[in-house]
Design a protein around this ligand. Structure first.
Ligand code: FAD
Length: 500
């Protein structure tokens, strides 16, 4: 690749002026910047930089700003699917090295606490640091080996979202380096345009170097429960009644999993029990059941000193209202930390199967409750009826818990479902090729389009600006205006393909 003279000068300035810990000299390290979890897209950067100080990062962005054509991509933990954290011929910044380990506790009014953490910190490390103080982030993703800046640039959703909103609704303050290389502290009250722009902003307005995360007292334990349904309407009615019930009259975490009605070890019944000594009695599934089963996954938090009998009573009274198949309920008591790290254990199993390094095609959709039954019929029961070799998630959340001032776009409905088609590369009968997975996703999106569903894609990577404009809809004008304000030369996060 030809490098312009101006670019070369900038690179030399960077190396001379800044404490760059690593500059992709070893090919293994450099190769990381051209890889992500998706394993489908790969583009080579000019350099992959590990920098320890955010001041130095600001200087790099300023140098890129005055260069002819250098772009800069913040790379969290590279868990994107489609090259979103890559920069072809540009600079990729290893965010895990920036201000790493600098954690602090901020006490606000009354008993409110925030964790002040680097943007490149893994949520797993944030959790462990908070647990040591008896505290925890309120809103968590399913998997914690993601970075704070990476999920805040999207939304960060999971089983706590129905109550506290996504992670983007649980932040008090950010420090951001804009596309002009300015270091700005922002919050709801100060530099609000940048604050709300950066939340869900796909890395377009600045690089998040610090964030203050809202905390709550940490429970010690959770009662983890899976309840199996054969009827999709009953499953959604129960899930919606739980997410709309007031705090104290519902569970603390609510998600839903779709599994194949069959004995496939990775896609069917055997994937439901929570403990090896639990068995799934398939005789309890009525003959009338369709090709898929639905599993409500819920937890109740408790402290070690709480009486087990009191927990049993609360759980029983909540379960009594629900219409799952009797006998197909699974319960386990695990520590709060183990529960939040559950996908890490799945990761280890997937690695042992050689699945973690395979290409992964994912599709995430926010879909209105009014369209979810039709979606079940067309997508789960038809296109995906053999399973996906990973996790199929479907669970409702409440729009009011998402802050509409952020860059994130949502369906119109007050209750909408998070549908996640997460292909982990686990064995599946007639394993589809990447091409087949892509065409399945296109078929599913076509179902949403043809039926005029009220939906938005999440974590998606559109190819053209026209498609992005349609995606953002009424928010596009604000999004483009913020881009002009904070990154007028469009140097940041080029892998999102929004601005050139
Ligand atoms: P990267 O993939 O490295 O970056 C993502 C984007 O954000 C890029 O555009 C990048 O340039 C930008 N970016 C990264 N860091 C910063 C920063 N500090 N400042 C500004 N921009 C930045 N998502 C959920 O919401 N809920 C889940 O439960 C969930 N589970 C997941 C489980 C797995 C196994 C995987 C692979 C992904 C999961 N995700 C989930 C998706 C995840 O939120 C995204 O991949 C997200 O991009 C975070 O990953 P990352 O930190 O590695 O960021």
């Amino acid at each position: 690749m030809a490098i312009r003279v101006g670019t070369l000068i900038v690179i030399m300035c960077i190396i001379a002026a800044i404490d760059v810990q690593g500059i992709g000299a070893s090919s293994t390290y450099y190769d990381l910047a051209a890889k992500d979890f998706g394993g489908i897209v790969s583009v080579r950067p000019l350099a992959f930089l590990a920098i320890s100080k955010s001041d130095d990062l600001a200087r790099i962005v300023r140098l890129a700003y005055i260069s002819d054509d250098l772009t800069v991509a913040a790379r969290g933990n590279g868990h994107s699917i489609n090259g979103q954290a890559m920069a072809e011929g540009g600079l990729v910044i290893d965010m895990r090295s920036v201000e790493s380990g600098h954690f602090g506790l901020v006490k606000a009014n009354g008993s409110t606490y925030y964790a002040d953490v680097p943007g490149g910190a893994l949520w797993e490390d944030v959790l462990d640091w908070c647990l040591a103080q008896g505290l925890s982030p309120r809103s968590n993703t399913d998997y914690l080996r993601l970075t704070v800046g990476g999920t805040l640039s999207n939304a960060g959703v999971g089983g706590h979202t129905f109550r506290f909103g996504p992670q983007t609704s649980n932040v008090a303050e950010l420090e951001v380096i804009t596309g002009k290389g300015q270091r700005v502290v922002c919050s709801e009250k100060e530099n609000a345009e940048l604050f709300f722009g950066a939340l869900g902003g796909l890395g377009q307005f600045g690089i998040i170097t610090r964030a203050q995360i809202l905390l709550q007292p940490a429970p010690d334990m959770v009662r983890w429960i899976r309840l199996v349904y054969t009827d999709f309407d009953e499953f959604t009615q129960d899930a919606e009644s739980l997410v709309t019930a007031p705090e104290g009259q519902s569970f603390d975490y609510i998600e839903g999993i779709v599994v194949v009605n069959g004995d496939d070890p990775f896609n069917g019944w055997p994937s439901v029990p929570l403990h090896p000594n639990q068995t799934f009695n398939s005789d309890l599934i009525p003959q009338s059941a369709g090709p898929m089963l639905y599993c409500l996954e819920v937890t109740l938090h408790y402290k070690k000193y709480d009486s087990r009998t009191a927990i049993d009573v609360t759980v029983d009274s909540l379960l009594r209202q629900l219409r799952y198949v009797e006998g197909l309920d699974f319960q386990a008591d695990v520590s709060y930390r183990d529960f939040l790290l559950r996908v890490k254990w799945e990761e280890q199993a997937a690695r042992a199967e050689g699945a973690w390094d395979k290409p992964h095609r994912w599709l995430n959709i926010f879909l209105s409750r009014t369209d979810i039954a039709e979606f079940d019929h067309a997508a789960f029961k038809t296109i995906l009826k053999d399973g996906i070799g990973g996790r199929l998630l479907v669970y409702p959340v409440l729009r009011r818990n998402f802050d509409n001032r952020t860059s994130l776009v949502l369906p119109e409905a007050e209750i909408f479902y998070i549908v996640s088609i997460l292909r982990l590369g686990l064995p599946i009968p007639n394993e589809p090729s990447v091409g087949r997975m892509i065409s399945q996703d296109k078929e599913i999106i076509k179902v949403c389009e043809d039926n005029a569903f009220d939906y938005k894609l999440y974590l998606w990577n559109f190819e053209t600006q026209e498609e992005w404009k349609r995606h953002f809809g009424k928010k596009w004008g604000m999004f483009a205006r913020r881009k002009m304000m904070f990154d007028p030369k469009a140097i940041l996060s080029p892998g999102q393909n929004i601005f050139t």
